[in-house]
Ligand binder design. Sequence first.
Ligand SMILES: Nc1ncnc2c1ncn2[C@@H]1O[C@H](COP(=O)(O)OP(=O)(O)O)[C@@H](O)[C@H]1O
Ligand SMILES: [Mg+2]
Length: 593
Amino acid sequence: MHLVQDYFRHMKLFYRHTGMNFVWLLAIVLLAGVTEVIGIALLLPILELESSSAEKSMVSKVIIDTFGTLGIEVSLISLLALIVLIFALKGLIVFARSILAELIVSSLILKLQTQLIESFSRISYVYYAQLKTGTLTNLIFAEVDRFARCFSKFVSVIATSVTVGFYLAGAAVIRLDLTLGITAAGIVALFLFRFLVRQTQELSVAVSAENALAHSSLIQTLQSFLYLRASGAMTRMTGRVGEKLSTLINLRIRIAKISAILQAIVEPFAVVLLAVLIIIQVEIEGRAIAEIVVLALLCHRAFTRLMTIQQEVQRFNESIGGVKTIERESQLLTDHGEADGDEILTHLSSDIIFNNVTFSYGQVPAIKSLNLTIPKNNTIGIVGESGSGKSTLTLLLAGVIDPTDGTVLAGEQSYQDFKRQSLHEKVGYVTQDPVIFNGTVAENITMFADDPTDPDVRDRIMAAASAAHCTEFVTALADEFDTMLGERGVNLSGGQKQRIAIARELYKDPPLMILDEATSALDTESERAIQGSIERMHGERTIVVIAHRLSTVRRCDQIVVLSRGQIIESGTFGALVADKSSQFHALVEAQRL
Ligand SMILES: Nc1ncnc2c1ncn2[C@@H]1O[C@H](COP(=O)(O)OP(=O)(O)O)[C@@H](O)[C@H]1O
Ligand SMILES: [Mg+2]
């Protein structure tokens, strides 16, 4: 009885996602089934209108009695009028069912998408870093769609099952023994086809997995156009995407084949059963024609519907993978949520202290037992070879990742106590690869927080842009600060993007500013300009600068040299250079071409 158990499990699951509306929908489905069978059963009194009352079937007698109590004359016209009335009612009910089902499905889609985006916004950075590109877009669009389709099919299966149930109940009122025989044969058939149904379920889950893979490979290829074209690797990559897509198609074809086999078997099976039914009724038992007609009609209807159930179950199984994927992935997203504290950080007005901090992404620590104090409003430079842990250090400083061991403190208090959002709001963060969002220059600077048409806001935008040396190139754009940037607008050069990113952080005016190789991709002139803006902030806020070019960190209050996750040297530029045996001295010498 796996089938029934599965159904109850799904019913609970859908109820959890759609609530009371789901119950209403099921009620309407039941009502539609009842009205349809009553409509058909009314044929019996019409066919038996001329028979003597002794020959009349039970259904006829009940209807004649009911008409009698209501004082309606039993005639062809009154019976037909009742049938028309009942089918009109059924039309109305079916209309309500479709509308309600559509409403439920639409709000289900929106709810799932919103929940996924919400969970995504809370995941930890470490989990994000290991997610494949495309996984989330595939989840939010393709898999949510499959989830919704699965729900629609589930409702169809219930609607059709209920109708079949009522047909059979109607038939049972006329001839119980035959109806039981037919039902038994139907159940046997369902079980015979069970293994095919199982197979589609497995294939359906595989489709989900392959879909995600194909999606992520495709997105990677699309995003790396320039590199792939220039390096001649384009056809190799598109070839790989092609392979994944054809694996996907092969899976779909296998599902379609199973579906076709099911349909091909079911129809002959139904016809044979119907033939047997007529032979028993007419040849062996010599029953009256009226009963045979209505019984055959009900049974035939039950059987054609049973066939659609097979197809609907099939479609349901094809899309059940979507439900499983959504359930599994949402759980993973929730399980990998960022840790959060309770306390709201109102001012970041103290020193930041790394107390014996270790952090590992996997086995090998990227930061090892690190101790460091960053005094309030000081500018600290961090240097070290690539992979030495500089970026990891900034992530700890920004509270994006938590130490595996040890603590990061703001004054006396551990970062872990703070509500993360309140901490992140105090941080300005510029990386080597800045993001320009779809929006105007002004919106990119305010980060959609304030209304750029407000004169006050406008002044602050101008001030930030000027400090980040943006004014000159922005005023040269067609619509100046209202020029659209990003995918549908002007594309800026790397240096210009970087300066917009810095203007954005200056506009935010955070007490802690982190620049992780922010100037590494820039030409010397842009770098100088930005260096000037960093120096102008000196003493106003805490600044942590990571730079490849050592000239950038020359004026820092303190320079920290990292190697393999540990601080090997620290001091002022002058003191470090003066020590001829220092690593820093060697670095400076190496850069002095
Ligand atoms: N998301 C990540 N997952 C696993 N390992 C990482 C991740 N980011 C960085 N690492 C590893 O951590 C070490 C330090 O990296 P990083 O802090 O980026 O160094 P740097 O910025 O100095 O080049 C490197 O060995 C790097 O391979
Ligand atoms: Mg780095």
